[in-house]
Design a protein around this ligand. Sequence first.
Ligand code: TGC
Ligand code: FAD
Length: 387
Amino acid sequence: MDANIFDFYQIDDFLSEEEKMIRHEVKKFVDQEIMPNISQWHIDGHFPKHLIKQFAELGLLGSSIQGYDCPGLSYTAYGVIMQEIERADSGLRSFTSVQSSLCMYPIFKFATEEIKKQYLPKMAKGELIGCFGLTEPDYGSNPSGMLTRAKKEGSHYILNGNKMWITNGDIADLAIVWAKGDDNKIIGLVVDKDLPGFKTQTIDKKYSLRASNTSELIFENCKVPASHVLDVKGLKGPFSCLNMARYGISWGSIGAAQACFEEALNYSKTRIQFDKPIAGFQLVQAKLVKMFTEITKMQLLSWRLGGLLDRSQWIPQQISMAKMNNVSNALEIARNCRDILGANGITHEYHVGRHMMNLESVNTYEGTEDIHRLILGQYITGLPAFS
Ligand code: TGC
Ligand code: FAD
């Protein structure tokens, strides 16, 4: 295979030297520190906490935030970082997405100057870890129905409710929690983990994203200082964070798809059946060509979207298209690659099976594939079909 097969449409020509250098550094780190161990971490259901400091040293936490000891990189750079991490594992990319887009971003965008100074530099150094609580046991695709309440009492909010399926929940030092305030409008709060009345419960019997921590957050009369409330009301608060994370996922899923494709291509060239490599059969080539073409289209979508974000010329529906298309295709690619590996594809000797199971979650979280389809349906017809 040509070493440059993943630059078939020469998108590299449009990346800056800094963006290419970052991609190179993250790839080197991923190959050395993550790839030799990731299968075992996945089998053990272990999130490798020791990597956090190294992520921070590489400038991967809050990478596109300006100031507060954050790297201030372009959105395109953030995208290539996500791609390289998810080449190894969607669960590790999840950790980074949540820390950067779902926790540091809302603090940067909506918190007071004092809170920004208190949290952002430590979060960029990996000394404080965040999680993001929007989903509830009974409200996933439809967060507007959430039951969690934040009742104002003097200089505090009293938080009650449950958040479900929360990435980083158990390992987090703080949570960005979305709840209904006294006027029934959704507000966001920066909630320290050590506050009385805040508990977490790990969800460990997962077959997907096993190298990522997923938890329930439980709030029972948790007293949060009013200074920790974010300056935004309504669902546009959490959705503006989701825009950034969904964009990153569109790149991340390219990394997972490339990893699967590379493994299946190499396997097909050495696996002999009916006296020749299976790569020599037309049906196998058709699968490989389809995947190669889809990966190239996915790259074009995310690269262009990155440019639009860098120039502040984007709309959320463009992000929905990239998240929906890229994750859905990455999942399809992982399933096809698993098929090309035959029985070997279900073992941990290879990576395709793990990517395939991980991408099932990625296709569900941050808006399911069908929710993004409906967002785009509303955009082109003007008719909402959510309910
Ligand atoms: P709707 O009436 O459409 O909108 C309510 C308000 O929000 C505004 N808005 C947005 N603002 C910024 N960016 C966006 N993308 C926005 N989309 C909507 C909108 O303008 C309105 O503002 P205002 O001022 O008028 O109040 O809301 P709806 O209740 O009808 O919901 C529509 C729907 C279904 C599309 C939405 O609820 C949705 O996207 N559902 C999916 C839920 C979701 O994505 N959950 C993600 C949870 S977090 C997670 O999964 C993290 S995984 C992390 C990891 O491990 O990587
Ligand atoms: P549901 O909303 O119940 O959807 C079930 C099915 O119904 C889906 O196929 C969906 O597309 C379909 N459906 C729903 N409504 C419609 C409709 N109107 N029309 C057509 N079809 C519809 N959340 C957080 O807040 N923070 C996190 O950190 C976080 N991390 C996660 C980590 C993992 C590993 C997972 C799996 C989830 C995580 N989530 C997190 C939750 C995630 O965002 C939700 O799972 C997701 O939004 C879908 O909600 P749900 O699971 O309740 O599914």
